[in-house]
Design a protein around this ligand. Sequence first.
Ligand code: HEC
Ligand code: HEC
Length: 334
Amino acid sequence: MLAATWLLGACSPDDGPGNGSLSAVETGFLGGEQLQVFPDAPSEVGLYPDTTNRDDWTPSVSLFEPAHALWTNGSEKQRFVSLPVGATVDTSQADWVFPVGVIFFKTFSYRALDEDSLPIETRALRKTAEGWEYAVYLWDDEGADAALLDGSIPVKVAVSHQGDQFEHEVPSTLQCRMCHESQEPRVIGFDELRLNAPLSGDTATQLAELAEAGILSELPPAPDEIVHEDELTESVLGYFQGNCVHCHNGSFGAASAFDLDHSVALENIIGVETTSELVGGIRVTPGLPDESGLFLAVSRNSEVTTAQPMPPIGVQRVDEVAVDMIRRWILALP
Ligand code: HEC
Ligand code: HEC
């Protein structure tokens, strides 16, 4: 079947190009350097053998769920990793090395009241010999199949979710890069820190499961985690990690002006002056959320602030739960 072989990478790199199954040769997805362009539809990708049943996904891919996930308008997300046969992610160093041919997928869905969830878009990120490539598929109104977008502009889609109607924006390829390219590797949610938690319903961490399955070359000996004696502070640090650190990570460039990584976030924000000309003032003023530039940015309320809404791309709605959490945290700061 063409679909499954596309994903499988079809044969091990040792086999060399041309020695895979006939359909693999036809599609050219040999798990090596000979990667073809992304197919036009996910039905050809083979991620969902039956696209109308997204609980049924190809067994050759692995589901994962990052701790400290990114909040995207409250959408549900399903994430997968697929490796060429025989390849592993080299986790022997702190900076993980991904093999050529690795593909990540993420499907975004919304759920109107009393309805099944409906997929809106499936994003794909893969490593080729030249570097990382991005692709995005837009699903049709029935959620029956999807088509590859050209990625030149963001696409707005009207959605219903838990009683709310709003427009979800499918990012352009340039926007993918704004979030994914401020760090190496380009993968964001598949790292030591974020896999150091079980999938819901499991007991072993995903790190342990993936190492056991041979997807990770080894289990990191003392995996990174976010720990703070104060539970609320720990949650706030987790929120920054999931929603901000892909830009605010202390690397060069305007988008990462200051570092919100859990190891340094507090010292970079509490009582520290903002560099933004738009708001001015202090990032976090203990006890005073409304005089905290960071809070104003996250609350996205243009009626009370000129602060640029944060995150600046990728969300269109206010994350009320996070806003409330950060407000309570700032109020409680000594
Ligand atoms: C607003 C920032 C942002 C934008 C824009 C964005 N991403 Fe991501 N993406 C993330 C973050 C953060 C994660 C990891 C956390 C999560 O999945 O909840 C992620 C995860 C992914 C994953 C799963 C693998 C991984 O890196 O964890 C894929 C695949 C992906 N994104 C593809 C894309 C593509 C393709 C685009 C553009 C069409 C895109 N993303 C746009 C922030 C972004
Ligand atoms: C897509 C990249 C991106 C993401 C994600 C992002 N930011 Fe920003 N952030 C920027 C850029 C670019 C600026 C500079 C704009 C400005 O000066 O107002 C900025 C500025 C800021 C500022 C004001 C500048 C300063 O020095 O204090 C704050 C506060 C801020 N971000 C907080 C956050 C928080 C909190 C999150 C997560 C909820 C977040 N950002 C997510 C790109 C990003």
